[in-house]
Structures are given as structure tokens and as C-alpha cells.
Design a protein around this ligand. Structure first.
Ligand code: AHG
Ligand code: MN
Ligand code: MN
Length: 332
């Protein structure tokens, strides 16, 4: 088998050798370790009592929590808390952010915001799901508890972001502002190995992803745009292919590799949009831009929004640059 660079070695060669950057590598390695635990849990979910199905509660978003949502959330929190490079986290599954208060973590230089398991509706049916994460430098004084201001930073302040896709293989894709790299988990060695170096999103593609069940619940300009996608008068000269997995990570990953657009506009049921700015849209926006793609609310660059609350929702248009630009043009 060809030799592939392990994530750990890749980080070592890529990062400047100052202590702060080493700490960022530590955060990324901790996230990778937690995701390996989740990957194993996802793979054997059907065999273990208490892994599949609903937890029996709702998260702060009023959404039914799945058992694996909670298991994944705990796995990431445990590993990050013990790791010591992170002073606090915010996650989809917790109403408030969590400040780590053990001696080691209190002085952690970073905060992590994450969606521990993305694509909840696909957990029980063996369809790809994921984890999405965003990393910021703390702005609160070190040795103090993490604060809400650490969490509510603009996406432009992200120092790294990524996702893990639990698909036909498990992949970790991340950026620290110097391009996008993808690592496949080798199940034989339990090692993330560089398989997709310097990923670039094609400028245009022929896939569009939207939950079209909502089409009559949107701004009519969205209907016009979807008709354009389905027509022969688009830039492809033939209808785009519709692909909607319902796991944002999986839909995004396909578009990153093949080219395409994902849209989740405002709807009657989700008047501000469905997806969460801090731990779904900002990290994917950072990756899309680093890969040459684009992410917008339809009127504003995602990463320039000043967040006002942890679980803030926004409309989301992300993918190949020329396709997102075209969608935005339809909204004018
Ligand atoms: P989550 O499972 O973390 O709540 O996120 C689900 C998200 C996203 O993954 C997906 O693209 C979208 O919500 C699906 O929503 P619909 O079922 O409304 O299409
Ligand atoms: Mn999600
Ligand atoms: Mn989730």
C-alpha cells in the first residue's frame, strides 16, 4: 500500500513551531480522537442496546434528541475537557456554553463550537452523518472561565474549522486558513491519513441540494432559482441533478469534491433559516472559501455576521462560487 501521511505528522510539518500553534494542533488531534470514538459507535449502533432511537428529550432548539446525539456530544466534551488546550465549548446539544474548570483546561487558549452529530434523521437508517466544528482563540483572560464573548465571535475570527463525515469511509476535512486537506480513517491502524490534499471546490458543478418539500414555503425567488437549476437554460445547458441527503456534512462534502450548491433558505416554519450559524454554517463557510467556494445568507457573507446568540439560525447558500453567485443574483 502507498504511504500516506498521518494527520499527526501532517500537523507537525504544517504548523509553525511556536507554542500557540502547537496547542492548535493539540485541539485538532483531540477532535480527531473523539471522532474515532464516535465513528466506532456509529458503525456498531445497530448492535448495541441504547444506541439507536430517540433519547426521549428535546434539545434547546426544540428538536428531538437522538441517543447518538447525546453519546457523541459527551465524547467530544470528555476528550476536549481532558485535553487541556480548550477552555470551553458550545454545542448544539447544550443550551449554554460549557466552561471547563479543571486546572489544566482553565488556561486553554481555544474554544470549540460543534455540532456533535449532524444529520440526526439519518442516524437510524445507516445513511451518512457527520460532526462539524469551529475553533477560535479565546478573547477572555486566560485562567478565567471561558465567557459568552469567546463563543460569539464572527466567523472571520475562526483559526480552524472542519468536519468529520461518517460515510462509506470516515473522513476528517479541515482548514486552518491555509487551504483544505482531507484525511481518511484507516480502520486497520485507526489512523487518519492524508488522502485528499489541498482540496479545491470546482467553480461550477451540476448538483443542487435543497429540501424541495419546502419549495412552496419559501420566497418565490427561490422557486425561480430552482426552476433555473432544472432548466436547459442554465450554465450547464441541461438540468442539474438533484441530490439531497439531509445530512449537511454529506451534501457539502459531495459539492466540495464534485462541484454543486446546497441551499437552505428561510421557510414559513424556519423564518430565520434552519441551520445554525455558529457550529454548522461558519465552519463550512470557512472551508468553502478556503477551497475556492462561497457561502452566503443570500444577502451577506456568512463569516461576517456578528452572532448574537449561541443557537442563532441563518439562511445558508454554500458551494461552488459561480453557482452561489447565481443564486444570490436570483434573490435580488
Ligand atoms: P442536525 O441533525 O444537527 O439537527 O442537523 C440537521 C440539518 C442538516 O444536517 C440537514 O441538511 C438539515 O438539517 C435537514 O433538514 P430537513 O430535514 O429540514 O431537510
Ligand atoms: Mn446539524
Ligand atoms: Mn446535530
Amino acid at each position: 500500500m502507498a504511504h500516506f501521511t498521518a494527520l499527526k505528522d501532517f500537523l507537525y510539518t504544517q504548523q509553525p513551531k511556536d507554542q500557540n500553534e502547537n496547542d492548535l494542533s493539540k485541539v485538532l488531534l483531540d477532535l480527531a480522537e473523539a471522532s474515532k470514538i464516535v465513528s466506532k459507535d456509529v458503525c456498531r449502533a445497530g448492535l448495541v442496546d441504547g444506541f439507536l432511537g430517540a433519547q426521549g428529550g428535546q434539545n434547546i432548539q426544540g428538536e428531538e434528541q437522538q441517543k447518538l446525539d447525546v453519546i457523541a456530544d459527551n465524547a467530544f466534551i470528555d476528550v476536549l475537557e481532558k485535553g487541556g488546550a480548550v477552555c470551553g465549548i458550545a454545542s448544539e446539544e447544550n443550551e449554554d456554553f460549557v466552561s471547563f474548570d479543571n486546572d489544566k483546561s482553565r488556561s486553554g487558549k481555544y474554544v470549540v463550537l460543534f455540532d456533535p452529530l449532524d444529520g440526526s434523521s439519518n442516524i437510524d437508517v445507516n445513511v451518512s452523518i457527520g460532526t462539524i466544528f469551529s475553533i477560535y482563540k479565546r478573547i477572555s483572560p486566560s485562567n478565567q472561565p471561558a465567557s459568552i464573548d469567546d463563543m460569539l465571535q464572527k466567523g472571520t475570527a475562526q483559526v480552524a474549522a472542519g468536519y468529520v463525515l461518517y460515510g462509506s469511509s470516515t473522513m476528517l476535512v479541515y482548514t486552518s486558513g491555509n487551504g483544505v486537506n482531507g484525511f481518511t480513517l484507516d480502520p486497520n491502524t485507526d489512523t487518519f491519513c492524508l488522502s485528499h490534499a489541498d482540496m479545491k471546490m470546482p467553480v461550477k458543478g451540476r448538483y443542487y441540494a435543497m429540501n424541495e418539500g419546502n419549495i412552496n414555503e419559501c420566497n418565490p425567488k427561490i422557486i425561480d432559482y430552482i426552476r433555473y437549476c432544472q432548466s436547459r437554460n442554465n450554465d450547464y445547458g441541461s438540468p442539474y441533478s438533484g441530490r439531497y441527503i439531509g445530512s449537511l456534512v454529506a451534501d457539502f462534502h459531495r459539492n466540495l469534491i464534485k462541484g454543486g450548491i446546497y441551499i437552505y433558505p428561510c421557510t414559513i416554519n424556519a423564518p430565520e433559516g434552519r441551520l445554525r450559524l455558529l457550529y454548522e454554517c461558519n465552519p463550512l463557510a470557512f472551508i468553502s472559501e478556503q477551497a475556492g467556494g462561497m457561502s452566503s445568507t443570500g444577502t451577506a457573507r456568512i463569516m461576517e455576521i456578528k452572532p448574537e446568540k449561541l443557537h442563532e439560525r441563518v439562511a445558508f447558500f454554500t458551494g461552488s462560487k459561480s453557482m452561489v453567485e447565481k443564486a444570490i443574483a436570483f434573490l435580488k
